[in-house]
Ligand binder design. Structure first.
Ligand code: ZN
Length: 343
């Protein structure tokens, strides 16, 4: 509704000219002043079951009962073929449409028959996904009769706690994020599924069947303000997917102009590390000044040490207004090119 209105409004702009910006807000029944990203925290027993199976598949320990172990074995094989968390996108993007193994089977049947894998091979995507749905169907009644009630209770309690903390401050948090990263798409509802367990790194954002970001965050991997940072980090991925322009798209364009293309790890790591830096900074500014960054606590910054060091030094100067976005990004890209050339 709001998007449609903005579209109409921009069409009439040339006619009404400069007066448009002076005109009072139109009287509509929508909520024009509250447009901004909103987290939609969701709890779904089936999505929890699904990620529990994915977690068991990634674990070295033997899963029990046998129905869980069997489903985990199917998921483990598929994970190897898909090449890691982001490879699951086509399957996990369908989860918002799925409530149980019956609907999983229906939805997975709509997947493309084959998928080109990152290693250049061909995966029988639909058949393998349906095999997983069958294994989930065998485990589902066990999960529902033994674990579902207790786990749903824990998830609902976590959501209630988040309503009093992160959600109570989400307007300020998104103002901080939009101010810093300049996402062009701001009026977004971001679905975030809370689950108890998920494979490393414990949170992921996939595109749904309409291309929108849908986030999955496990409570097992994150607690306290790390959970807040993790949810905001995944929300940043959803905003990134939805926004034709942002500081991240500018950064990628500048990296490309400097000769660093999508196939190079800096092209992914430099914007992604900035998302970590900004999410942690927003948590500190809006929710908890004593917050320690996920990048430090969980070891992410250590994996991208020189990029993290550059951004941890540079980005606070941008946020303090010492540097414009343009100058900060140019400085960052120059330093990244020097790093890349040195390796
Ligand atoms: Zn991420």
């Amino acid at each position: 509704m709001i998007a449609a209105f903005l579209l109409v409004s921009s069409f009439v702009a040339p006619v009404s000219g400069p007066v448009r910006s002076q005109a009072p807000a139109p009287q509509v029944d929508a909520e024009p002043t509250t447009a901004g990203p909103k987290l939609d925290l969701r709890v779904s027993p089936f999505v929890d079951l699904y990620f529990m199976v994915r977690h068991a598949a990634a674990s070295k320990e033997q899963a029990t009962p046998a129905e869980l172990a069997a489903a985990a074995a199917v998921a483990r094989e598929l994970d190897a073929a898909l090449g890691g968390p982001l490879g699951w996108g086509p399957i996990e993007g369908l989860l918002p449409r799925i409530d149980d193994a019956v609907s999983a089977k229906r939805e997975f049947a709509t997947l493309p028959a084959t998928l080109r894998t990152r290693s250049g091979g061909t995966l029988e995507l639909r058949a393998n996904a349906l095999k997983l749905a069958d294994a989930l169907a065998v485990y589902e009644p066990v999960y529902r009769s033994t674990l579902a009630a207790e786990r749903a209770k824990a998830l609902v309690a976590a959501r209630r706690e988040l309503e009093g903390t992160l959600l109570a401050k989400q307007t300020e948090a998104f103002e901080s994020i939009l101010g810093a990263l300049e996402f062009s798409r701001a009026e977004l509802v971001i679905p975030v599924y809370l689950v108890l367990d998920a494979p490393e790194p414990g949170a992921v954002t996939q595109r749904d069947d309409a291309g929108r970001g849908v986030c999955f965050v496990s409570l097992g991997a994150h607690a306290g303000t790390l959970l807040h940072e993790s949810i905001l980090h995944e929300a940043l991925h959803a905003l990134d997917v939805a926004s034709p322009t942002s500081v991240l798209t500018k950064l990628r364009a500048k990296l490309e102009a400097a000769g660093i293309g999508p196939r190079e790890r800096e092209w992914r790591d430099v914007p992604h590390t900035l998302m970590f830096v900004q999410a942690a900074e927003t948590v500190r500014r809006v929710l908890a000044p004593e917050h320690r960054a996920y990048g430090d606590v969980a070891g992410y910054y250590a994996k991208v040490r020189s990029i993290a060091d550059l951004e941890l030094a540079l980005w606070p100067r941008r946020l303090a207004g010492e540097l414009s976005t343009e100058v900060a990004l140019d400085e960052l890209v120059r330093a990244v090119v020097a790093l890349r050339d040195a390796r």
